[in-house]
Write a protein that binds this ligand. Structure first.
Ligand SMILES: Nc1ncnc2c1ncn2[C@@H]1O[C@H](COP(=O)(O)OP(=O)(O)O)[C@@H](O)[C@H]1O
Ligand SMILES: [Mg+2]
Length: 246
């Protein structure tokens, strides 16, 4: 639908039901018979195609919240609704299906398969997302996805032969193939230097904008957070909106 490029955080958000709606979410683990309150009464609404950055100290619960959004953990109470699906009501199989169709996930440590080339890393994800496509079309689509992240000349490189920034580009290509409505990124630049980190974020936002995907990105870098539509801060399991002065 929208195909704007260029940077900045203004406008261009479709209206409609939120892509994410968390209400009264608590996440408590039992650690040696004692409750450990990891997330406390979290409420969050994210609009389709909105870009939200989550900042906050290590151990404050940011990754845990992403796990709940991905249906990889279940809340102790409260509701987690993503793309209109109440995740509490879904079975493990349905959650797997939900993740395949709705989500892209980008990890700090890339999580590429070391023995596979860039092309095969992306092709494998395609096979999982769209098994009906067939080998030839899958490889063509994977090559196009890598082309789109500037790696058209690195198709046959294994991860070890790629820089950190290039590996993360493969990770982003892989995350976006199924055209997810929601991209979750957990410190995607945590293993990159400032310059390649900024380029990777630029690319991630551009692809998300082209595909009209919402983004929830955890980051420690205030300069990257500043590029989001909205910044939230997690402190000791509580999430609050960060008021910006600019
Ligand atoms: N499975 C678990 N068992 C025990 N403690 C956990 C578990 N998962 C997370 N925690 C604790 O929950 C808190 C929040 O962790 P996390 O969500 O990873 O924070 P962040 O991503 O902000 O660094 C930390 O204190 C962490 O040690
Ligand atoms: Mg974390």
């Amino acid at each position: 639908m929208n195909d704007t490029t260029g940077s900045g955080s203004s406008g261009n958000r479709p209206t409609g039901a939120p892509i994410i709606s968390l209400e009264g979410v608590n996440y408590t683990l039992d650690v040696g018979g004692r409750p450990l309150h990891i997330l406390r009464n979290i409420s969050l609404s994210v609009a389709p195609a909105e870009v939200v950055a989550i900042v906050g100290p290590s151990g404050s619960g940011k990754t845990s919240m992403l796990m709940l959004l991905a249906g990889l953990e279940r809340p102790t109470d409260g509701s987690v609704v993503v793309a209109g699906q109440d995740l509490r009501t879904l079975s493990e199989d349905q959650l797997a299906d939900f993740r395949r169709k709705t989500l892209g996930i980008v990890f700090q440590s890339f999580h590429l398969i070391p023995s596979l080339t860039a092309l095969d890393n992306v092709a494998l994800a395609y096979e999982i997302a769209q098994p009906e496509l067939g080998l030839k079309k899958t490889r063509e689509a994977a090559a196009a996805a890598l082309e789109a992240v500037g790696l058209g000349k690195r198709l046959d490189h294994r991860p070890a032969a790629l820089s950190g920034g290039e590996q993360q580009r493969v990770g982003i290509a892989r995350a976006m193939i199924a055209r997810p409505q929601l991209l979750l990124a957990d410190e995607p630049t945590g293993n990159l230097d400032q310059t390649s980190g900024a380029k990777v974020i630029e690319l991630m936002f551009e692809l998300a904008r082209k595909q009209n995907a919402a983004v929830v990105m955890i980051t420690h870098d205030p300069a990257l957070a500043a590029r989001a539509d909205r910044v939230m801060t997690m402190t000791a399991g509580e999430l609050v909106e960060t008021v910006r002065t600019s």
